[in-house]
Design a binder for this molecule. Structure first.
Ligand code: AMP
Ligand code: MG
Length: 325
């Protein structure tokens, strides 16, 4: 191990964001956190006002012109929602707001209310006008929710901010979305060591360690936000076909990719696909690797040469990919 490091944390985006640098640069640190704060203020749906909320407030009434940044992100989220078999759905807002999972008032909603709100979640009803960057939600009550991609997008921007300060080695951790920048000054292999959390355990309890360089590591998991009622677990990733938390064999999916927006989109998409379909899909995306963790304590790895995984938990079984690499 060589070198010393400087860690900075702030509560932002409903989580603790931490930044690790290997040089002291207070101006860069301020710029990173100010940028995150400003982007959150534009993208959030957990406050009354933001650019995204201005679209939601005008649902069924009129299109709203937004910044190019917000428009582009919505366009990417819509494309992800329209992929074949995708359970990613940027129009899931009315159902997320109904369950309130991870927020005050979380509870199991009446079935008829879920059915009603499902009629407000078709991504086809989100009309995008490329010429003036306007977004129109065609039915009153519709709501865009960018919760599944905003952190990834914001992490990528922080990399650009740091580059402006000539910083090319850093880690930014947005509560489960980790972006490693450059190579690590702390290990002889120059690889970063990123912990994969043990589901439902303390934050420092790990299933294993990923070794990566210049990669994003993003996890979607049922243990991130949930509540338990009558011994049944209700978590925050909603199946847009049923309106209930997505129920399959998975506890989590971790995506290892070059940029964090892609990782955030695909962690949610592949979580919805499940292990077999997810591993198959990765055959088409050689620029990504993934780790699937199942409820019956199996770990499936598709590395595509982007990372190595060191298993620490002896009660989990490491299974080679169902498909030859
Ligand atoms: P992630 O942890 O990146 O998988 O994103 C989960 C967050 O995305 C949730 O907290 C919701 O805000 C939102 N969300 C929930 N279900 C979906 C879904 N099916 N498609 C897109 N976003 C969703
Ligand atoms: Mg995601």
């Amino acid at each position: 191990m060589t070198g010393s490091y400087y860690t900075y944390s702030q509560k932002l985006m409903g989580t603790t964001v931490s930044l690790q640098l290997y040089v002291e640069n207070p101006a860069a640190v301020t710029a990173v956190f100010n940028t995150i704060e400003a982007l959150e203020a534009r993208l959030t749906v957990n406050r009354d006002h933001s650019e995204v909320m201005s679209i939601n407030h005008a649902a069924g009434k009129h299109p709203v012109t937004v910044s190019k940044l917000v428009f582009d992100l919505i366009q990417q989220a819509k494309a992800a929602s329209l992929l074949p078999y995708s359970r990613f759905n940027l129009a899931i807002g009315p159902i997320v707001k109904l369950w309130k999972i991870g927020f005050n008032g979380q509870s199991i909603p009446p079935a008829d209310e879920i059915t009603h709100r499902l009629s407000l979640t078709s991504p086809h009803l989100i009309e995008l006008d490329q010429t003036n960057h306007s977004v129109y939600l065609a039915k009153a009550g519709m709501e865009i929710d960018l919760g599944a991609i905003a952190k990834g997008y914001i992490a990528d921007i922080t990399k650009l901010v740091l580059a402006q300060y000539n910083i090319h080695q850093a880690i930014i951790n947005c509560g489960g979305n980790v972006l490693t920048i450059g190579s690590s000054p702390l290990t002889s292999s120059q690889e970063w060591h990123i912990g994969l959390k043990r589901p439902f355990a303390a934050a420092n309890s790990l299933l294993g360690i990923l070794h990566v360089q210049n990669k994003s590591v993003v996890t979607s998991g049922i243990y991130e936000r949930y509540f338990i009622f009558n011994e049944q677990l209700y978590h925050h990733i909603i199946d847009p076909f049923t309106g209930y938390p997505l129920d399959n064999e998975l506890q989590s999916v971790t995506i290892i990719s070059d940029n964090s927006l892609t990782g955030d989109i695909y962690s949610t998409i592949l979580f919805g696909f499940g292990v077999r379909h997810g591993l198959n899909e990765l055959e088409k995306h050689k620029n990504m690797g993934a780790i699937f963790v199942t409820k019956d304590q199996k770990i499936f790895i598709k590395s595509n040469q982007h990372f190595q995984f060191e298993l620490l938990a002896d009660d989990y079984e490491l299974c080679q990919s169902l498909i030859p690499a």
